[in-house]
Ligand binder design. Structure first.
Ligand code: AMP
Length: 388
């Protein structure tokens, strides 16, 4: 089968690698250059999206920020999963908030802002501090502002307007003001749903960010109560969307209660540990779901963690002896994800020991979170994440 992925980054690459044993031939459409690309070698395969669509048996996407014209073209082919609607919702925080409210899942209170008067209303409704997020094109913490005091309102509003001037679809932009959630932890749930509504759901993963970018994901501690809450919300959202493929949901944990932060209608960075830590990884399960093949088991086979490599990172052979290294064939740039390291062990204790051996081998400046976090304490005492 031929699968076309909208987007030619590492997620398309890892889908191609996971699809090869199933004889699934993955090509990618680079939405920036408009080229059809081989997602592993980055070889240019052609220029025409229309012929890519024609040759594909199935179409999917590796990210949400795709032009509505391209999405409509793919949707019209009848081969697009999870489809135009899910991708548009994932790429527009207004639509996303609507979905969460309709599905009846808990999420942060919010107010939509188009004018400075709306901002005054949001302040009255939500109070300080609040988070302001642009509706479109926001990812990895970009297009986001924290508003803490009344005296910062004018300068923040000015910053937002400057950001909008540079925004590609500025006439469709707006701001979502959200109440600030003092969360204990951030966790995510990743699961596959096929066209018959069958589900395979991975265990909850804890995520630790640095400046809006995921640094570390850990899947090593079972929590049945939280898992049940997350799965209920996953089912409500996936059914509402009649979703096919991998869906990721990011949550805030507050005193044992989960609130949805956002959804990603695609394979997700916090699910990379599944490559070595689960029976069938998220990339293969996404392909299985969209190609209407039987879903694979999402069972975790061993405690696992994933460390993102961001920027100009080099790692020693000692790390390769201890862990699984995945490079993305990308040239380094500040804040660019260029690879990840999966650390998997038979027991949680062994995982802690291996992480404790790896962390000193990683540069302090490039991996600040790993050097700040006391991994043993974090994983054994149930200590909550105190990072703001
Ligand atoms: P997002 O792009 O919405 O995932 O936001 C990026 C990061 O900002 C999240 O991972 C959180 O750490 C933080 N964040 C987002 N929304 C809120 C909120 N309402 N309250 C507190 N922190 C937030």
């Amino acid at each position: 089968m031929n699968v076309l992925v909208l987007g030619a980054g590492q997620l398309a690459r890892m889908m191609a690698l996971a699809g090869a044993p199933l004889d699934l031939n993955v090509t990618a459409f680079d939405v920036t250059s408009g080229n059809m690309i081989h997602p592993v070698t980055q070889t240019i395969l052609g220029k025409r999206l229309e012929s890519g669509i024609e040759h594909a048996d199935v179409i999917t996407a590796e990210f949400e920020h795709i032009s509505p014209d391209v999405l409509a073209l793919c949707e019209a082919s009848g081969k697009f999963f999870p489809g135009e609607n899910a991708i548009l919702i994932g790429g527009d925080r207004r639509k996303e908030k609507n979905l969460l409210d309709n599905a009846g899942v808990k999420n942060a209170r919010y107010h939509i802002i188009n004018t400075s008067e709306d901002l005054d209303t949001a302040i009255k409704k939500l109070g300080f501090p609040m988070i302001l997020k642009c509706a479109l094109n926001g990812y990895d913490g970009k297009g986001q502002w924290r508003l803490k005091h009344q005296e910062d309102v004018t300068s923040t509003w000015h910053e937002i307007n400057t950001f909008f001037q540079r925004s590609p679809r500025r006439e469709h932009q707006c701001i979502i003001a959200e109440e600030f959630i003092s969360f204990d932890r951030e966790v995510s749930l990743i699961g596959a749903r096929n066209a018959k509504g069958k589900l395979e759901i991975y265990p909850l993963t804890e995520n630790i960010h640095h400046e809006g970018i995921l640094s570390l994901s850990i899947c090593a501690t079972e929590n049945e109560a939280l898992q049940n809450q997350a799965e209920m919300m996953f089912k409500a959202i996936a059914e509402d969307l009649n979703y096919v493929g991998i869906l990721a949901i990011e949550f805030f944990e507050v005193n044992g209660v989960l609130m949805v932060n956002e959804i990603a209608p695609r394979v997700h960075n916090s699910g990379h540990w599944t490559q070595q830590g689960a029976e069938v990884c998220q990339f293969e399960n996404h392909l299985r779901a969209i190609c209407d093949l039987p879903l694979g088991s999402a069972k975790q086979i061993r405690p696992s963690a994933m460390i993102n490599m961001v920027g100009n990172v080099k790692i020693s052979e000692d790390i390769m002896r201890l862990a699984h290294v995945h490079w993305y064939n990308k040239s380094p740039r500040p804040n660019r994800k260029i690879g990840h390291i999966n650390v998997c062990e038979k027991t949680k204790e062994q995982l802690i020991e291996t992480l404790e051996a790896i962390i000193p081998l990683l540069d302090k400046e490039q991996f600040p979170v790993l050097h700040e976090i006391k991994i043993r304490e974090h994983l054994t005492s149930g200590k909550k994440n105190e990072r703001p």
